[in-house]
Ligand binder design. Structure first.
Ligand SMILES: Cc1cc2nc3c(=O)[nH]c(=O)nc-3n(C[C@H](O)[C@H](O)[C@H](O)COP(=O)(O)OP(=O)(O)OC[C@H]3O[C@@H](n4cnc5c(N)ncnc54)[C@H](O)[C@@H]3O)c2cc1C
Length: 455
């Protein structure tokens, strides 16, 4: 039997897509990465995933898992000849258990579907991204996604209590008992989280839920500079229940307003805006706590408080629209983090570092202030970055602050050349050893995360 016949036997002929039917699965969200896949396969159960992976292993054909395809480092879109394993049909979400504070979800369930299920049980998932409607649990886990709630909940890996996955040879590993204490050897669950499809195909997860706060209050602050934003972050940390601290600059705000995606509550544009949100039993008390913490802050030009769902959503739209309004401008996209104390200096030096290699390009930085996580978007920089000169310059600047060259999006195909800026040679050798042990033939997502051996 040919590979395509074996795949059809495993998942049914209509779930093996070829030719024109692969459209959409063959390129990434940014449009920068695309390939010609051998087929797109859509299994509906763990056994079907195992059969697909085993068939590809036997045929020696590389395979890439794909969830919502919203990843931003080119990891989920295929290289020529790869089989795309799409989790579109693995969508079930279990009934949340308030007793244990957990919910089970299949890998292809969207983040939003799990959030909705949690809410219906008076609970919440501590992970939230603007791509929630499309990003899947499998993708969120495989990238160890960050997002806007890391401040209170940590990154995705802290929300994972169990996982089921199919390894490169088709073996199924299952750790779904959800025991809070279980020190029985190597932690395979956490090894698979953040592995970007290179160590296994995730099929099911047991996720931690927490009680849903009764109220939320948000504050949008107009500030005179980035140093003031860093000072705000320090001042607001004492607010009980602080849940999110985001920022954007005038450059991003202009794009959001021009696209008509949101309205600003301020008459005058400020150089930097910070969006803070706190959770607790009473929205008015929260708003008061936020307002109090802001009194006498240097650099504060204006502030708007929101306690109702509608007003909060208006403020969040200003921040959350950034990625989408930038997409048509096809920017070079970098996702970095620097220590918070260095953030103002980094943002100040960024334009000159970019201008030196990409004349006329203005950076649009925004992101998750609490973690010093800056999404550096560079519209118009692609022609200057054909050989990586722009990326090199910005990531070099990040490394000079002992920062991270990929705070939350991962390495994928886009950043692997620069892995050495964040990981030592010993680290990379250890990662290679893990990859070699779990996927000796190198068939799971080849060319992602690890640099080429001789590079
Ligand atoms: C508007 C927008 C906002 C975003 N905001 C954020 C943000 O705030 N924080 C953040 O971290 N990211 C953000 N992202 C990036 C992206 O949404 C996340 O990386 C998300 O986790 C990807 O999920 P996905 O299902 O789309 O994965 P995909 O893009 O399909 O895949 C991403 C990676 O996971 C692997 N993968 C997918 N499913 C599986 C599986 N079942 N088993 C094994 N590997 C798998 C893929 O092979 C690939 O390596 C944003 C993206 C957009 C478009």
């Amino acid at each position: 039997m040919s590979l395509l016949e074996q795949l059809a036997a495993a998942v049914g002929e209509r779930n093996v897509l070829t030719g024109d039917l692969v459209a959409g699965y063959d390129r990434d969200w940014t449009g920068a990465w695309h390939g010609d896949p051998r087929a797109v396969v859509r299994p509906a159960t763990t056994d079907e995933v195992a059969a697909v992976v085993a068939a590809c292993a036997q045929a020696g054909v590389p395979l890439v898992p794909q969830g919502g395809n919203t990843g931003l480092v080119g990891a989920a879109s295929p290289s020529d000849g790869e089989v795309v394993l799409s989790t579109t049909r693995l969508r079930a979400v279990g009934v949340p258990d308030p007793g244990t504070g957990t919910v089970e979800a299949e890998a292809g369930a969207t983040l939003e579907a799990v959030q909705t299920a949690a809410r219906s049980a008076g609970l919440e998932l501590g992970v939230d991204l603007a791509s929630r409607g499309t990003a899947t649990i499998g993708g969120v886990l495989a990238t160890n996604a960050g997002g806007a709630r890391v401040l209170r909940h940590g990154t995705t890996r802290t929300q994972v209590l169990g996982l089921e996955a199919v390894l490169a040879d088709g073996t199924v590993v299952t750790r779904m008992n959800g025991l809070p204490k279980d020190n029985t050897g190597y932690d395979l669950v956490q090894l698979l989280v953040g592995s970007e499809g290179t160590l296994g195909v995730l099929t099911r997860a047991l996720l931690r839920l927490s009680p849903r706060p009764a109220a939320r209050a948000a504050a949008l602050l107009a500030l005179e500079d980035a140093a003031s934003a860093v000072a705000v972050a320090g001042a607001l940390r004492s607010v009980p229940g602080l849940d999110a601290l985001e920022f954007y600059t005038a450059a991003g705000l202009d794009l959001v307003l021009a696209a008509g995606r949101a309205r600003t509550p301020f008459a005058d544009a400020a150089p930097v805006h910070v969006l803070a949100e706190a959770v607790g039993p009473d929205a008015d008390v929260l708003a008061e706590a936020l307002a109090e913490a802001l009194e006498e802050l240097p650099g504060l030009q204006d502030a708007a408080l929101a306690t109702s769902e509608t007003d909060r959503a208006r403020l969040w739209a200003l921040r959350e629209s950034h990625t989408e309004v930038l997409a048509p401008l096809e920017p070079v996209k970098l996702d970095v983090a620097v220590p918070l104390v260095a953030l103002a200096s980094f943002l100040e030096r960024l334009p000159e570092v970019v201008a030196a290699v990409a004349p006329g390009v203005t950076p649009v930085p925004f992101g998750h202030l609490a973690e010093g996580n800056v999404h550096v978007n560079l519209p118009g920089a692609r022609p200057f970055d054909v050989d990586g000169a722009v990326t090199d310059a910005v990531l070099g600047l990040v490394a000079s602050y002992s920062g991270s060259i990929s705070a939350e999006h991962g390495i994928g195909r886009a950043k692997r050349r620069w892995l050495h800026l964040g990981r030592s040679a010993a680290d990379v050798a250890a990662m290679r050893a893990v990859k070699q042990a779990l996927d000796p033939a190198g068939l799971l997502s080849p060319g992602r995360v690890l640099p080429d051996p001789l590079a």
